[in-house]
Write a new protein. Structure first.
Length: 304
């Protein structure tokens, strides 16, 4: 019997080692193919997920000789628990530059650094002070503009052949973002420091930029199970602290918010976290304009 267990353990070890070896062989082969396919001097940029892709799309524009791809699908959402796939490894093997949000969003970065040491990783959040320790930096228009500048500067340094195009496209995009930021500042003046609960950590940036007072909240996602005790605790908090507004993402927050609205006199505003959408270059601006329009209704219970 003991010999049987030893044999099984040995076989499992062989399979595990073989799997690692085959993966490494695949990576090196793909890297070799990539070098051959890019003999025409194309510069290949890969982004980690949706908001970084949209940022890069505006910087790259229609620049000839530059290939831009996104690692994940546009409906993936945040990448906290994302696992690299075989297709992802193929894309990474081709990349000259890998653009990431940083701050802990892409928890697979250590694997990328180990398996693809030649890739230049651009951390868009470099030098930005994270709000409440979370990395949803793109939710602040002003911080996102800093991300655009960081990406532009580092791309221009890596790819000097297209540096002037990146800088001009970036200048135009930053001007459009500045207009959206002005609209946000005007809306923030009317929020009157409302007291809010936030049901997604990304909204810490919204609360900060609008001068809202955050009384607390919870982070809702597809795996979060809410207990009756938590609902009771939130209701107690709403009443004692006179919380007037909940900021939530409709995809995961509607059930909880509707339950709280039935029990308390509270306004619910559903916001876009800008991690999903189509691949159009103006999608971020559109999403943030819609968020601004919804936030302008703080204090007006008659408007939904």
């Amino acid at each position: 019997m003991k010999q049987k267990y030893v044999f099984v353990a040995a076989m499992l070890l062989v399979l595990m080692v073989s799997s690692v070896l085959l993966t490494n062989i695949y990576i090196h082969k793909e890297r070799d193919h990539a070098q051959m396919d890019q003999s025409e001097q194309d510069f290949y940029i890969l982004t980690s997920f949706y908001p970084i892709y949209i940022a890069a799309k505006n910087i790259v524009g229609d620049c000839e000789g530059v290939i831009l791809q996104n690692l994940s699908e546009p409906q993936t959402g945040c990448m906290h628990d994302y696992q690299l796939t075989t297709e992802d490894m193929r894309k990474l093997s081709y990349a000259d530059a890998f653009l990431v949000n940083g701050g802990g969003i892409e928890n697979f970065l250590s694997d990328v650094a180990r398996q693809y040491p030649d890739i230049s990783v651009i951390n868009a959040s470099e030098g930005i002070q994270l709000a409440d320790g979370n990395a949803h930096v793109w939710m602040s228009i002003q911080d996102h503009m800093t991300q655009i500048q960081t990406i532009t500067e580092q791309l221009a340094a890596l790819d000097k052949a297209h540096a002037s195009v990146y800088k001009e496209n970036s200048r135009q995009y930053l001007a459009r973002l500045e207009d959206v930021h002005h609209s946000q500042q005007a809306a923030a003046q009317k929020s009157k420091a409302a007291r809010v609960l936030i049901f997604h950590e990304a909204f810490a940036y919204i609360a900060r930029d609008y001068g809202l007072t955050v009384s607390g909240g919870i982070d809702l996602d597809e795996e979060r199970q809410i207990s009756a005790g938590e609902v009771a605790g939130l209701l107690d908090q709403i009443r004692k602290q006179k919380v007037g507004v909940i900021l939530a993402e409709e995809l995961y927050g509607r059930q909880m918010c509707e339950a709280l609205k039935q029990e308390a006199d509270i306004q619910v505003i559903y916001l876009d976290t800008c991690v999903r959408g189509d691949y159009s270059a103006d999608s971020y601006c559109k999403a943030m304009k819609e968020n601004i329009a919804r936030l302008s209704k703080i204090g007006n219970q008659d408007k939904k």
